[in-house]
Design a protein. Structure first.
Length: 388
């Protein structure tokens, strides 16, 4: 099962087990280790040094149980090292929800989740932290950005979902309100000003239709992420930061191959600043096209083109550079990726992939000095992962 279908399963998992009441306690986990080598620039550690970087490690443990037939309690703890991102190795609650189902029958599942829920964002966000659910070691960075991943990862609040089952397909609807997990990664990536961000009540929603058992999947995801912005350079410069992405997703699954594409239009806005120079809006966009071919039950090959631009009105970054704010190529990224995935056993996977990148729009600022980056760079990743 590919990652998108795993995400669909996650949305409807409660419905699939609604009638089970006995022996429902389950524990699962995963671990992964990667080697990253780049010829220029650093990604998740000093990858451009001799020998590359081993600073990309993931450890996760999740559990779930049903105290009652209509109630599911589930959570996952994640410990992660990704270069200079965040607090390395510090265990964090990835998600933790109490799921109460009001309706559960053959035609419909309707319920409410309370707690920390993974945002329904594109095909892969809800399962992105489990290596076995990803089609590649790195998800398309134009949409599933790792350098500021907390902006879209999870929220603390309330989520409502509805699953309608038809004769030839299933419609999933999920929406939520809560406080997003806006962490230091977003502060560093948002601006060289390195502001302080305090999350505010935000909203997210997704409509996803899976036709013919997931042969065709289409989805629309929308969010409005809000945070109070306080400059660390000018104490009087404070206002509100708003991030509004809209994602259109499409996937076709044949017997031996899958074609996936997602397009994102995003608006980033600073408003209500007394210092007028801070107020402004930038509209960016991203798109990727991904082809996956299953060579056998154990081997699959992937080819992907991934494109991101920070400002649709300044695609090549010329005006950005002319204003003295930074390099023009820091405003876009064009990434061609190919890789292979070997399922050694049902629980053990080995992956390898190569990226050829033009631009640094999604390069982690945590690992790089913007003044010492290169526009054209290559990256090799090797990863082994185990799940249980």
């Amino acid at each position: 099962m590919i990652a998108a279908q795993a995400a669909i399963t996650t949305i409807g998992a409660a419905g699939a087990h609604a009638m089970e009441t006995a022996d429902t306690f389950q524990v699962h986990g995963f671990m992964s280790q990667a080697l990253i080598v780049t010829d220029h620039n650093d990604f998740f550690g000093s990858s451009s040094d001799d020998g590359g970087s081993l600073e990309y490690t993931e450890l996760g443990l999740n559990a779930s149980f049903r105290p009652f037939s209509h109630v599911l309690v589930a959570g996952q703890v994640l410990s992660r090292k990704a270069g200079n991102y965040g607090d390395a190795w510090q265990p964090e609650l990835d998600y933790g929800v109490v799921d109460y189902q009001l309706i559960a029958n053959e035609e419909r599942a309707f319920g409410i989740q309370l707690g920390r829920f993974k945002n329904p964002f594109g095909f892969y966000n809800q399962t992105r932290d489990a290596p076995s659910t990803r089609p590649s070691i790195l998800l398309p960075q134009s949409i599933y950005f790792d350098r500021s991943r907390s902006l879209g990862l999870a929220s603390d609040g309330l989520s409502i979902y509805n699953e309608e089952r038809f004769s030839n397909g299933t419609l999933y609807i999920q929406g939520g309100v809560g406080m997003p997990q806006v962490n230091s990664d977003a502060e560093i990536s948002l601006s060289p000003d390195n502001p302080s961000l305090d999350s505010k009540l935000s909203s997210i929603g997704q409509v996803l239709y899976a036709h013919d058992g997931g042969r065709i999947n289409v989805a629309l995801s929308m969010a409005r992420v809000r945070a109070d912005y306080q400059s660390r350079q000018e104490r009087q410069a404070k206002g509100e930061f708003i991030f509004q992405p809209i994602i259109l997703s499409f996937q076709y699954n044949a017997e031996n191959w899958s074609l996936t594409t997602e397009y994102e239009y995003q608006r980033k806005e600073l408003k209500d600043f007394a210092v007028s120079s801070y107020n402004g809006r930038v509209n960016g966009e991203s798109v990727y096209v991904q082809y996956l071919y299953r060579l056998s039950n154990r081997w699959q090959w992937l080819l992907r083109y991934d494109y991101a631009v920070s400002d649709r009105n300044d695609r090549d970054g010329e005006r950005f550079e002319a204003s003295g704010k930074g390099q023009d190529y820091s405003r876009f990224a064009k990434d061609v990726t190919t890789g292979v995935h070997w399922r050694v056993t049902p629980n053990w996977n080995i992956q390898a992939e190569i990226h050829h990148v033009n631009g640094t729009a999604w390069l982690p600022r945590q690992d790089n000095d913007d003044d010492n980056t290169e526009q054209h760079w290559n990256m090799l990743l090797l990863q082994t992962s185990f799940s249980f």
